[in-house]
Design a protein around this ligand. Structure first.
Ligand SMILES: [Zn+2]
Ligand SMILES: [Zn+2]
Length: 460
């Protein structure tokens, strides 16, 4: 054991000396990690163990004090304070409202790698019963609104703070630069631009352009299991808004007006039929769902207006645009047969989230080492969820992976999903996440120029 009172540089030197004295020591993981010598990996292991109590404390503190998108001021302040205390070379705040970016320069020049976490929580009343459950209620348009970290962003922020501390302690060993990106509003805020997209619009990468960006997301699954796949992983997301107008009439005499209730039903069926019958679902899976339908409020009145709101999810932007065209044609055709009027609009919310295949291949040994016995599923199933991480991927190549986190008190097939009011994680996943973020960053930087043989994912 080294005395923890030693300055970190001396500790790193001492650890290096220990590695020299015992040259035949087995590497920390079974397979070598490109760019991460075995002694550095062992230093990461002990630094991750040392930071874990703080990561757990940060996660609980952030969980108990969540903020809605673009209002994560408390969490953003905590992040900025920690990064400054760690001696980050630059800490920028207030990006895209509440975003924070920290820059850590290694001892020697090299590539730039970015790691991302999200700051925001959701308008959900927490029902986990955890001792650090959120009791926060905020005012949204005059309505009291409970707030909960129901998507695990509390864990992501704590994990990235832990990784920042580990990497800061190892900066003597780093050739290159680490950029930590804490983004607001990943879940979206009605009428406002998504957090990552706004950071990009505000030029977050203008002064320092990362060569790659990486992010993880907790989700129910075996604890520590890493789920990833080359190419598209999470779907794009585009909202559908349909507004129907006609002539209101007595429900007993539908021929005297426009039956928008029947038209709405036809539209719902037509849209789901388009996604199943008019496109090649073997080439790209897709879903078209109507989640909100409002038409009329009495049994004996046919209303003069109706609205339908839904979503398009797919894995190709060409497919997304083809679906938009077909949806518009279908709604307009049906509306004409009812002698009504329709207004159809779309709102793109997220692009396809992918892992650039060459980048994933280079990072695979680091992910294997982080996952340990839980393993890596490198051919995980496509997901019909969306992420605005995809906005960063329009700028630089990305790696996006999911970290299994089902709490140990829950059966694997009964774990509440992300966005459930009972969503929780097993905190054993926190050090695994820290290790994954640290090892991927070190491996990327340690591979130097070889890491740069990647390219941004296709976004058009
Ligand atoms: Zn979410
Ligand atoms: Zn999320």
């Amino acid at each position: 054991m080294l005395p923890s009172s030693l300055p970190s540089r001396l500790r790193a030197l001492a650890l290096g000396a220990a590695a020299l004295i015992v040259p035949l020591a087995a590497p920390a993981s079974a397979k070598p990690i490109p760019g991460v010598p075995a002694d550095l990996e062992r230093a990461v292991d002990s630094a991750v163990s040392a930071v874990t109590p703080d990561v757990i404390a940060w996660r609980r503190d952030i969980h108990a004090h969540p903020g809605l998108g673009n209002h994560e001021t408390r969490t953003a302040a905590l992040v900025a304070r920690q990064l400054r205390a760690l001696g980050f070379d630059d800490v920028r705040t207030g990006i895209a409202h509440t975003g924070v970016v920290g820059i850590l320069r290694g001892a020697r020049p090299g590539p730039v790698v970015a790691l991302r976490a999200e700051l925001d929580a959701l308008p959900i009343k927490e029902a986990t019963g955890l001792p650090f459950a959120s009791h926060v209620v905020v005012d949204v348009d005059g309505k009291p609104t409970p707030v909960m970290h129901a998507c695990g962003h509390d864990a992501h922020t704590a994990i990235l703070l832990g990784a920042a501390r580990v990497l800061a302690g190892l900066r003597d060993r780093i050739a290159g630069t680490v950029m930590v990106v804490f983004q607001p509003a990943e879940e979206g805020v009605t009428g406002e631009t998504y957090g990552a997209a706004l950071m990009v619009q505000e030029g977050v990468f203008d002064t320092l352009r990362p060569d790659a960006i990486m992010a993880l997301h907790v989700e129910p699954g075996p604890v520590g299991r890493i789920m990833v796949r080359p190419g598209p992983f999470l779907s794009s997301s585009s909202a559908i808004h349909i507004r129907l107008k006609g002539r209101q009439t007595h429900a007993g005499r539908p021929w005297e007006g426009t039956d928008l209730v029947n038209l709405s039903a036809d539209v719902v069926k037509a849209l789901t039929t388009i996604s199943a019958r008019r496109v090649d679902v073997f080439q790209f899976p897709n879903v078209v769902s109507i989640g909100a339908l409002q038409a009329g409020n009495r049994n004996n009145v046919l209303p003069g207006s109706a609205s339908l709101d839904g979503t398009i999810r797919t894995f190709s932007l060409a497919r997304r645009d083809a679906l938009k065209t077909m949806i518009r044609q279908s709604v307009e055709g049906l509306t004409a047969t009812y002698d009504a009027q329709a207004d159809v609009s779309f709102e793109d919310q997220a692009l396809v989230t992918s892992s650039e295949p060459a980048l994933l291949a280079r990072m695979r040994p680091a992910l294997d080492a982080a996952a340990g016995p839980a393993g890596v599923d490198a051919n995980a199933l496509l997901r019909g969820a969306a992420e605005d991480f995809s906005a960063f991927e329009t700028q630089v190549p990305g790696l996006y992976y999911i970290l299994g986190s089902t709490p140990n008190y829950t059966a694997m097939d009964a774990a509440p999903s992300n966005h459930s009011d009972k969503f929780d994680i097993d905190e054993a996943v926190l050090p695994i996440g820290v290790k994954a973020q640290v090892l991927t960053a070190l491996s990327f930087l340690g591979q130097g120029a070889a890491s740069l043989e990647t390219r941004p994912v296709e976004t058009k």
